[in-house]
Design a protein around this ligand. Structure first.
Ligand code: E4P
Length: 217
């Protein structure tokens, strides 16, 4: 399972990279704005800064909503750095753009997926990744993990190569459950990744080992 971090915060990206388990980064316009990154040039520079920290894929989202605009913007994002993956929303023009980029050999991440039908379309259009937002489904009392299970079933039925990128992961149990279901990738906050470290028996066990070592010396 690949671990992506879902942030535009360079310190958090560096911390996750230093842990040695980071496979990539996802961003979106809200995450960029949260870091105070505004203006086209600053945003483009920020993508390059992120690519220089991590080894893996970095999703950069198009703002255009029409086909021609998505193509123009996506091509310019893809030319920024070889690690850039063009993030395209799940709309009719988005599906056409996914197919265009797939034919052109440019990696894509289809975002804002909330149904199996949308996941099927993204795979048919040749998306590299497709992002079902599990936390946002949970927010409206719909089981986000159930969607991941259903998409896994459909993709396995037809051996689709599109990777299931479980997005809107909000906490460590989301991450663990996505791994149990077989999501190819998860993207979430640093806290969800670092939460995997924690177990009180580890802390108690380590404290006892150190205390016993001290007694014997
Ligand atoms: C995915 O690529 C999105 O950036 C993200 O996971 C959305 O998460 P949120 O629902 O916590 O905003």
């Amino acid at each position: 399972m690949k671990f992506f971090i879902d942030t535009a915060n360079l310190d958090q990206i560096r911390e996750a990279q230093a842990l040695g388990v980071l496979d990539g980064v996802t961003t979106n316009p809200s995450l960029m704005a949260k870091e105070g990154i505004t203006g086209a040039n600053n945003i483009l520079k920020h993508y390059v800064d992120i690519c220089e920290i991590v080894d893996g894929d970095v999703s950069a989202e198009v703002i255009a909503v029409d086909f021609e605009g998505m193509i123009r913007e996506g091509e310019s994002l893809a030319s920024l750095h070889p690690q850039v993956v063009v993030k395209i929303p799940m709309t009719e023009d988005g599906v056409k753009a996914l197919k265009y980029f797939s034919d052109a050999g440019i990696k894509t991440n289809c975002t804002l997926i909330f149904s199996v039908g949308q996941a099927l379309l993204a795979a048919k259009a040749g998306a590299t990744y497709m992002s079902p937002f599990i936390g946002r489904l949970d927010d409206v009392s719909t089981d986000g993990l159930e969607l991941i299970e259903d998409i896994r079933l459909v993709y396995d039925n037809y051996a689709f190569e599109t990777q299931i990128l479980a997005a809107s992961v909000r906490h460590t149990m989301h991450l663990v459950n996505c791994a149990k279901i077989g999501a190819d990738v998860m993207t979430g906050p640093l806290a969800a990744i670092k939460g995997l470290l924690n177990h009180p028996l580890t802390d108690i066990g380590l404290a006892k080992f150190l205390a016993d070592h001290k007694k014997g010396n």
